[in-house]
Design a protein around this ligand. Structure first.
Ligand SMILES: [Zn+2]
Length: 417
C-alpha cells in the first residue's frame, strides 16, 4: 500500500530538466565521436602484467595508488565542468595477464629496434584479456580505458622514446611509467576528449611577445594539464567542451571584445556566472604549421591540420585565480594571473572547419632565464603589462589593470598601437 502510493508520487514529481550544454561555434567543435561535456564518465584503470614477469599476479600499480588517481580525477572533472560532467564510476581492475613482454617491445634490451609489424598492441590485448579472464566488455562498460603496463622484465623498451603515456582515439590510453600523477591521466583523457597539446610562445629577448625571434614550446601552457599545468583546462578547452558558452544567456560565456578596456570574471571559480573571458580578432602572424611541426610525430590529438592556411586569429584573454588541485580542491592563488592564448580557425577546405587552439603567449615583459620560469610565469599579475606584436607591425599593449578579490572581476586593457 505504502509502496504503491510512493510509486504514484514519484510518477507525478516533476523531473528536473537537464539543461543542454552550449554548443561552440563550428570551428571549435570537437570531433563528433568524443565524450559529451555533460556525461557521467566511467573510467577503468586496467592493471596488467606480462606472462614472463617473475610474478604475473603482480602489477606495479597498486590499487591504492590508482584509487587516489580516480578520486583526484573525480574532483578535477567536477570542478572543471562546473558540475556538468561527473565521474560516475571508476574501477581499478584486477591484474590482467598480457603476453610475454617481448611481443610489445619497440627495442630489445640492447637497444635494437624490433619491427613494428610484429609488435602486438597492448591496449587491444588488455581489453581482450578482460573479456577472457574476467568476462567483462570494457569498451561497453566504460567511457575511458586507461591501461597501465609493468616494465618489461627483459630490459627492452615498450614506450616510444621520451613518452610517458599515450592516448589513442576517443576511449583508450596507455601508461608506461611506474607512477604517474593524476594530471598525466587528465592529459591523456584530454586527448580522448579531443584536445591537442597546449603550446606557448616564448620571445627570445622578452621585449615583445610575438616577435619574429621566438621559440614555440610544447606543453608550455602554465594552467592546463594539456600543457604543464595542474590546475584548470584553458578557457578555450572549456569552451570547446560546452562548459562555457558564447551567448549572454549561457550561465558562463565568452565574448568578442573590441580593443580597449574589457572586464570579465576569473573563469576558474566553481561559482563563476557571467562573462568569464573573451577575445579580440586580429592578424597575429602565427601560422598553424609553425605550431605543429616542431617535433616529428608530435601527438596533436589527431585533429590539427599542419599545412592549411590559418583563418582569422583570435587573441584570447582569461584570468586564473586558483592553484593546483590538491586533496580534491583548488585553493586560491596568492595573486591572479592574466593569460593570453591564440587560436586560429582553419577555413573549411573539406568538411567542417577546425580550430587550432591553445597557444599560450608569454606575456612577461622580461625574458625567462630557465625552463622553470618559462613554465611558471606566462601570465601578467595585476599592474603588469606586456606587448604583443601583430603581423602587420602593430602592437597590442596588454595591461592587467585591476582585480577585485571579492567579486573576482578583472579589468584588462588591450590597446592597438
Ligand atoms: Zn599528449
Amino acid at each position: 500500500m505504502i509502496s504503491s502510493a510512493l510509486l504514484a508520487l514519484t510518477v507525478w514529481l516533476p523531473q528536473e530538466p537537464k539543461v543542454a550544454l552550449p554548443v561552440p561555434e563550428q570551428g571549435y567543435a570537437r570531433p563528433k565521436n568524443r565524450i559529451a561535456g555533460d556525461k557521467a564518465m566511467r573510467i577503468v584503470f586496467v592493471r596488467t602484467s606480462f606472462a614472463n614477469d617473475s610474478d604475473p599476479m603482480v602489477s606495479r600499480h597498486s590499487e591504492a595508488e590508482m584509487t587516489e588517481v580516480g578520486e583526484a580525477l573525480t574532483s578535477f572533472f567536477k570542478i572543471q565542468s562546473y558540475g556538468s560532467m561527473t565521474v560516475s564510476k571508476f574501477e581499478v581492475s584486477p591484474v590482467l595477464r598480457l603476453g610475454k613482454s617481448e611481443l610489445y617491445e619497440r627495442t630489445d634490451k640492447d637497444g635494437k629496434e624490433l619491427p613494428a609489424k610484429q609488435r602486438r598492441n597492448a591496449i587491444s590485448d588488455a581489453v581482450a584479456a578482460a573479456q577472457r579472464q574476467l568476462g567483462r566488455d570494457l569498451k561497453q562498460e566504460f567511457d575511458m580505458i586507461c591501461v597501465m603496463l609493468n616494465a618489461s622484465p627483459t630490459g627492452g623498451k615498450i614506450a616510444p622514446p621520451g613518452v610517458a603515456a599515450l592516448a589513442t582515439g576517443p576511449q583508450t590510453s596507455i601508461f608506461f611509467g611506474a607512477k604517474h600523477q593524476w594530471r598525466v591521466y587528465a592529459h591523456e583523457i584530454g586527448h580522448n576528449m579531443g584536445f591537442p597539446h597546449a603550446w606557448s610562445v616564448l620571445d627570445k629577448n622578452g621585449a615583445q611577445t610575438l616577435s619574429s625571434d621566438r621559440n614555440f614550446i610544447e606543453y608550455g601552457d602554465p594552467t592546463t594539464p594539456m600543457g604543464k599545468g595542474s590546475n584548470s583546462y584553458s578557457l578555450i578547452e572549456k569552451y570547446r567542451m560546452g562548459w562555457i558558452g558564447n551567448s549572454e544567456s549561457d550561465t558562463r560565456f565568452i565574448k568578442r571584445f573590441d580593443p580597449g578596456e574589457m572586464s570579465f570574471l576569473a573563469y576558474d571559480r566553481p561559482d563563476a556566472k557571467g562573462c568569464v573571458g573573451g577575445y579580440i580578432n586580429g592578424e597575429f602572424g602565427v601560422e598553424i604549421k609553425e605550431l605543429v611541426s616542431k617535433r616529428d610525430g608530435a601527438d596533436n590529438g589527431g585533429d590539427v591540420p599542419s599545412t592549411e592556411t590559418p583563418g582569422p586569429q583570435r587573441l584570447w584573454f582569461s584570468v586564473i585565480s586558483r592553484g593546483n588541485l590538491t586533496k580534491g580542491d583548488m585553493a586560491d592563488l596568492p595573486r591572479p594571473l592574466l593569460l593570453a592564448h591564440l587560436s586560429s580557425l582553419v577555413p573549411p577546405a573539406k568538411g567542417a572547419g577546425k580550430a587550432f587552439t591553445t597557444v599560450s603567449l608569454d606575456l612577461k615583459p622580461a625574458p625567462a632565464r630557465n625552463r622553470r620560469e618559462q613554465m611558471a610565469g606566462k601570465g601578467l599579475l595585476p599592474g603588469q603589462s606586456g606587448t604583443i606584436k601583430m603581423k602587420d607591425g602593430k602592437v597590442v599593449v596588454v595591461k592587467f589593470v585591476a582585480y577585485d578579490s571579492q567579486t573576482h572581476l578583472a579589468k584588462v586593457s588591450a590597446v592597438l598601437q
